[in-house]
Ligand binder design. Structure first.
Ligand code: 4NP
Length: 166
């Protein structure tokens, strides 16, 4: 059994390309955590390698900006084995990516892996729909669902700290 050297909340959001949903989730969560005074590390990644090194989709950047969050400095990364030791919690934006995350997880990985919307009462099992092939309204819907999920996560982490399980 591998043990964590450092006990600090560290949250990773994972979608497919890491240019639309997960950078928005990372930005929304970082801003909300800061506002709540919750100390944590926040990151995002994709299960696919298509957009490594790229900036978020301009529509995701615009949507975050509308909500006072700057995600323009983010760069696409692919989920790695090390992430299962570096992060305490890994949230999938949809079910396909949840399966992808589980397929990548090392057997002794330490992170609690869950579907993001499972944190929202009444929305368990739901996906944040991929807005990439859609329009700005699809990004708006994704942001509002992410925002709801982020609020639920913050409440759980404030109550249970890094021991919160999803
Ligand atoms: P994301 O959206 O997973 O929310 O970042 C996508 C971005 C790119 C692609 C698919 C989904 N793509 O096929 O390139």
């Amino acid at each position: 059994m591998v043990e964590r050297l450092e006990q600090k909340l560290a949250v990773l959001f994972v979608c497919l390309g890491n240019i639309c949903r997960s950078p928005m989730a990372e930005g929304a969560f970082r801003a909300a955590a800061q506002k709540a005074g919750l100390e944590c590390t926040v990151g995002s990644a994709g299960t696919a390698s298509y957009h490594i090194g790229e900036t978020p989709d301009p529509r995701a950047i615009a949507m975050a900006k509308e909500h006072g969050v700057d995600i323009s400095e983010a760069r696409g990364q692919q989920l790695e084995r090390d992430d299962f030791y570096a992060f305490t919690h890994i949230f999938a934006l949809d079910n396909a990516n949840l399966q992808g995350i589980k397929a990548t997880a090392p057997r002794d990985g330490l992170a609690n892996v869950a579907l993001l919307m499972d944190a929202v009462e009444g929305c368990e099992g739901q996906a944040i729909k991929d807005p990439y092939y859609g329009d700005i309204d699809d990004f708006r819907l994704a942001w509002s669902e992410i925002d709801r999920a982020v609020a639920a996560l913050i409440a759980r982490f404030r109550e249970h700290g890094l021991k919160a399980q999803f």
